[in-house]
Design a protein around this ligand. Sequence first.
Ligand code: NAP
Length: 237
Amino acid sequence: MTTTLITGANKGLGYETARRLVAAGHTVYVGSRNADRGRRAAEQLGPGARAVQLDVTDDASVAAAVKTIEADGGLDVLINNAGIEARGPHNEVVGAADVTADLMREVFETNVFGTVRVTHAFLTLLQRSAAPIVVNVSSGLASLAHAADPAHPAAAYPGVAYPASKTAVNMITVQYAKAFPDMRINAVEPGFTRTDLNRNTGTQTVEEGAEIIVRMAQVGPDDPTGGYYDAEGPLPW
Ligand code: NAP
């Protein structure tokens, strides 16, 4: 029996990933910073899903989630999915002229420090698993190669904080993968998906977006680690 925790699983890509992994037979902890939203999501997902209150920016919340999951038997798969995008007062992407240290800090607190906080807290449980897996939900906007290539569509995105946070997630993925060779630890780019993150302007469905997250949550011990993938295959850093 595989036990999986997904952060930010009360809606969007995290919820869809939970739905698919429950269907695949995983016991899925639906991480949600709001306990009611998490409980409702877990109820909708049915048997196989369990709600756990988890705010990735809050040490006490993460520590309590570790205790709960440890008491229930441990963890095999961690999906660091919770994420936020930086928007200005008029819902605009905040570009280089307007980005501030405070905005960077806010975005990094969830996307970067949250990923490290949760991964660090669950390391002991993951190391007890026979086949531990970590999936870090990154973004296509994390790719320095694409951002620096004027011919690539990602180069047109003017935001600073969000892509920088996801580039940091990629580096974290590489360094953790080297440090823990017995774990499969990969970063994934779901693609531009219709969720609240982008005010539902994305072009893919959540079913399409969750595809690579679900796949990387089910890799075998001999599959690659320390990589960065979308549904089509490896991406350039
Ligand atoms: P979403 O629908 O807005 O879902 C984001 C989830 O993260 C929500 O459950 C949200 O909870 C949760 N969250 C935010 N801050 C949190 C915190 N401090 N602690 C715990 N949970 C928190 O967005 P999504 O598109 O599904 O995003 C999921 C992941 O995919 C993110 O990492 C995002 O960067 C990445 N991604 C998305 C796209 C896309 O096109 N949608 C593309 C590339 C990558 P609340 O409901 O409480 O706010």
